[in-house]
Design a protein around this ligand. Structure first.
Ligand code: EPU
Length: 418
């Protein structure tokens, strides 16, 4: 079990390059098996979730090799269409192998994704969509068995915008017979990135970044080399670090167009932000102003993945702020940890609401990283707190951040892993 120690109070300064995107890389890794050949992914982040997807690819029979941040995946041959519990239990994104294996081999056996700390995270939209696409889905006690003679394109209306379900349907549809239209499709940048990647490999997809994505089935994909975008949530996390701990930082390779809702909120708290194509400059030297209400919603509205980090910032505001969490029902658990540091946050679960009564200072404390983003949020709080914060179970942060300690040390923070 790894821990992080942060000694707060250092102003952040300097320049940092943002790593490749976690949530863009995971669906692309599943998508590699749609090509019976070699895929090259550049700017692939070296994070636990990517290592985990690689393990699944290897279990299926693919070979994967790193050269710095470039990953070569050879999926010419696969030996099995079973994704075992060992893998699915560790990472929910492994469910994307359902669409990809159905597309490639017309069958898949996959364990149920386990429970998740941030919420129930059902997969009913995924399963209903596969059934509509001519897939026979059998739910056994421990696993889901899917099989089809051929995937047939159809119209699918998602009951609510879902990133994973949209991606899984696209993965299943790319090599199908006919055309699939996804209504109420997710518009997150990571859905667009999957479409761009697949199109570069020969897929026919229209309307991505609109609520109706159309996938015309093709008979095969071909080898492709693709450069992954920088991670908008990692960039956003370091922006909140400046908002909470003060400083003057340049983030290189920041996808600022994808961060508009966060930039708007951080400007309202008092941060100065200047964004251009290849960098984003952020500075702050004052206690944050409170925000009347932030409501997490699908893209382009405020992302749920930035909610915990923003809560850390607002816990230091001079006044009360409110956050409404609309995406994942259990994503306020971090409030208990922040309150150990002297924050004053009240949660009303029925109303999906957190009321954050800003305090003048946070104090270093021993806290626990409950999930990836709340762990990162505790780092942000620790940077601003007086004294030493120890974050236990910090390994979970490595699921999405290559090395949060290294990055923040580059900006002058006193932070170490132990
Ligand atoms: N939902 C259902 N049934 C389904 C699928 C989704 O009810 O079959 C519900 C979910 O419970 C949730 C909502 O629909 O309330 C949206 O969930 P979505 O499917 O969009 O989430 P996801 O695909 O499981 C991805 C990201 C999450 C991010 C969400 C929302 C990846 C690997 N994960 O999850 O990222 O929070 O979209 O933007 O892309 C993270 O990086 O920390 C993270 C959790």
């Amino acid at each position: 079990m790894s821990n992080i120690e942060v000694v707060g109070g250092e102003r952040l300064k300097g320049e940092l390059k943002i790593q490749g995107s976690k949530n863009a890389s995971l669906p692309l890794l599943a998508a590699t098996i749609l090509n019976k050949g070699t895929t090259v992914l550049k700017n692939c982040p070296k994070i636990l979730d990517v290592f985990h997807m690689i393990k699944i690819l290897e279990e299926l029979g693919c070979t994967c090799e790193w050269e710095e941040n470039t990953l070569y995946v050879d999926s010419s041959y696969i030996d099995t269409t079973t994704v075992s519990w060992d893998f699915v239990s560790k990472m929910r994104s492994s469910i994307l192998f359902m669409g990809a294996l159905l597309g490639r081999s017309h069958e898949v056996t996959i364990a149920y994704p386990g429970g998740c700390l941030i919420g129930e995270r059902k997969i009913d939209f995924h399963l209903d969509a596969m059934k509509k696409m001519n897939v026979n889905v059998v739910l056994n006690d421990n696993e889901i068995k899917c099989q089809t003679c051929c995937i047939i394109g159809t119209d699918i209306i998602l009951p609510k915008s879902s990133v994973g379900a949209t991606q899984n349907i696209i993965l299943a549809a790319v090599l199908s017979k006919g055309t699939t239209r996804i209504f109420n499709a997710a518009k997150e940048p990571e859905v667009i990135e999957l479409c761009n990647f697949l199109m570069k490999a020969g897929a026919r997809i229209h309307g991505m970044d609109t609520p109706m994505i159309e996938v015309e089935g093709v008979s095969r994909l071909h080898d492709v080399e693709y450069t992954l975008s920088p991670d908008r949530i990692v960039a956003g996390t370091y922006m909140t670090a400046v908002a909470a701990a003060y400083g003057n930082v340049i983030l290189l390779d920041t996808p600022y167009r994808q961060l508009k809702s966060l930039i708007d909120v951080l400007r309202k708290t008092g941060c100065n932000i200047e964004a251009a194509d290849d960098y984003l400059k952020i500075s702050n030297d004052q206690r944050p102003r409170p925000i009347e209400q932030i409501r997490t919603q699908p893209y382009p509205d405020f992302p749920t993945d930035m909610q915990s980090q923003m809560m850390s910032v607002l816990s230091l505001a001079h006044g009360d702020s409110t956050i409404i969490e609309e995406i994942f029902e259990s994503r306020f658990q971090n409030a208990t940890e922040l309150n150990k540091m002297g924050a004053r946050i009240d949660i009303n679960e029925m109303e999906k609401k957190a009321v954050i009564h800003g305090v003048e200072k946070l104090n270093g404390a021993e806290v626990k990283a409950l999930d990836l983003r709340s762990g990162a949020a505790l780092v942000v709080a620790g940077l601003a707190a007086e004294g030493k914060t120890v974050i236990r179970s910090a390994e979970v942060i490595r699921r999405g951040y290559e090395n949060i300690g290294r990055d923040l040390s580059t900006l002058g923070a006193k932070i170490k892993n132990f």
